[in-house]
Design a protein around this ligand. Structure first.
Ligand SMILES: Cc1cc2nc3c(=O)[nH]c(=O)nc-3n(C[C@H](O)[C@H](O)[C@H](O)COP(=O)(O)O)c2cc1C
Length: 217
């Protein structure tokens, strides 16, 4: 019999960077994908996907992105543009957008506008200068609040969401809720593997009073 309490312990001090990426990326799953659109200081458009991404607060709404630097220390265009202009749009990704999102991850030279190159439509934003991606069903317009360098290879960009733009057939504005069956987000696993929202189950929150009652108190 296997002992379920036995562990494999990977001290990160002795772990190659590539292996740390693979183990982290296969453990923290599924990750939502921020398809980030930015504008360079001289007005060129850029977009690229980031799955080191999540919501980290709501008052105000705050998101974080983990942006790698290239091995020679250069910043990715997304990081550069956020640093120089202070604004970006997180375009969330549904199944219909998956293929173009994947193409936009090609390491195109800085002068290439990924919108034109992969066939995406810039959609003017409400509160920030960079356009969103018209094909994305949900767009979060963000103002950069901090860029934190962590180690030699990563910048964590912290953005305050100043406008939510949700396709109107997806949102129930009474409940302030978007139905995942309608918008069909995809999540990143590791490498080229992705997930849909599959089976769901409910788990109601338990109050302290319920808990005490369940113990016969
Ligand atoms: C699904 C997916 C998720 C990705 N997530 C990240 C990420 O979290 N951080 C990162 O630095 N690069 C990530 N990449 C790679 C970037 O998208 C890629 O390096 C891109 O060329 C960067 O473009 P830029 O130089 O225009 O910013 C991801 C690629 C894909 C396909």
């Amino acid at each position: 019999m296997t002992d379920a309490r036995r562990t494999v312990d990977l001290d990160v001090a002795g772990l190659a960077e590539r292996d740390a990426y693979k183990i982290l990326g296969s453990l923290v799953i599924p990750r939502p994908i921020a398809f980030v659109s930015t504008r360079s200081a001289d007005g060129r458009l850029n977009c690229a996907p980031f799955s080191f991404f999540n919501a980290v607060g709501y008052a105000p709404p705050v998101i974080a992105l983990g942006i790698e630097q290239w091995d020679d220390g250069r910043e990715k265009d997304t990081g550069l543009n956020i640093r120089r202009t202070g604004e970006f749009v997180v375009n969330l990704v549904d199944e219909a957008l998956a293929e173009k999102m994947n193409l936009a991850a090609i390491d195109f030279p800085e002068e290439v506008d990924e919108f034109a190159e992969v066939g995406l439509t810039p959609a003017p934003s409400v509160k920030v200068a960079p356009p969103g991606i018209a094909e994305s069903p949900v767009r979060l317009e963000c103002v950069s609040r901090a860029l934190v360098q962590v180690g030699r290879k990563h910048t964590v960009a912290i953005g305050e969401v100043v406008c939510f733009r949700v396709r109107d057939d997806l949102i129930d504005v009474e409940k302030m809720h978007v139905d995942p069956d309608r918008w069909q987000p995809i999540g990143r696993l590791i490498g080229g593997d992705y997930a849909r929202i599959g089976d769901r189950f409910g788990l109601p929150r338990v109050s302290l009073a319920d808990w005490n009652e369940s113990k016969g108190g």
